[in-house]
Ligand binder design. Structure first.
Ligand code: GSH
Length: 205
């Protein structure tokens, strides 16, 4: 199975980490999006949206990291994607929330406070940052409250939901995410950081 990936990306990280956690062997193919390799005709024939990651398993070609996570976790029975429908629905709930509400403010703060500086793209835009910070606080309050008294997001066990939601915190420190008031998020994020698969997919500085 090939994973076309860009290791600095949180979207790649969650798919790659699920494979590592489940011991699914992957043939990793680096796509350098900073050099524009995602726009090559070969890559666009795999993913017409021109984004990483992409999984290729024989005839199966899958893009969108969440779909890739499901594919990897559906091959054999495992605790990241348990059989019970209510647990699956709960995992899907948090993954939906992540995609619709959590990803964007995190991504914006990451870009404004970290990526812009890294790539010499100018100063953070204060107005953009203010909007993202407000949205972040709205969603972080919900996440923090949910995690109070829980080790993980769903059924007190590690699932795909944790990999999805935690992926957006990959750049929490250089992105200056305001996590001070959210002790339960920080404790859960520290727990994620203990996982070998999460450590192995931490982007190199
Ligand atoms: N919703 C997609 C997002 C993928 C995505 O935005 N990938 C970025 C890296 S984080 C990318 O490859 N960008 C290349 C580009 O936009 O040109 C997923 O979850 O896989």
């Amino acid at each position: 199975m090939k994973l076309y990936y860009f290791p600095a990306s949180p979207n790649t990280r969650k798919a790659h980490a699920v494979a590592l956690h489940l011991d699914v062997p992957l043939d990793l193919r680096f796509i350098d999006i900073q050099k524009g390799e995602q726009h090559s005709p070969e890559f666009l024939s795999l993913n017409p949206t021109g984004r990483t990651p992409v999984l290729q398993d024989g005839e199966v070609v899958l893009w969108e990291s969440t779909a890739i996570m499901y594919y990897l976790a559906s091959r054999t029975p495992n605790s990241l994607w348990p059989k019970q429908e209510t647990i699956r629905a709960d995992i899907l709930r948090w993954q939906s929330w992540h995609l619709a509400h959590w990803y964007q403010p995190c991504q914006t703060m990451q870009f404004e406070n970290f990526v812009k500086r890294l790539l010499n793209l100018g100063e953070p835009d204060p107005q953009v940052l203010q909007g993202a910070t407000e949205a972040f606080h709205r969603e972080a309050a919900v996440l923090n409250q949910h995690l109070e008294g829980r080790k993980f997001l769903v059924d007190n066990a590690l699932t795909l939901a944790d990999f999805s939601v935690a992926s957006s915190l990959t750049y929490a420190i250089p992105g200056q995410f305001p996590l001070e008031g959210y002790p339960h998020i920080r404790a859960w994020s520290d727990r994620m950081d203990q996982l070998p698969a999460w450590q192995q997919t931490l982007p190199k500085g």
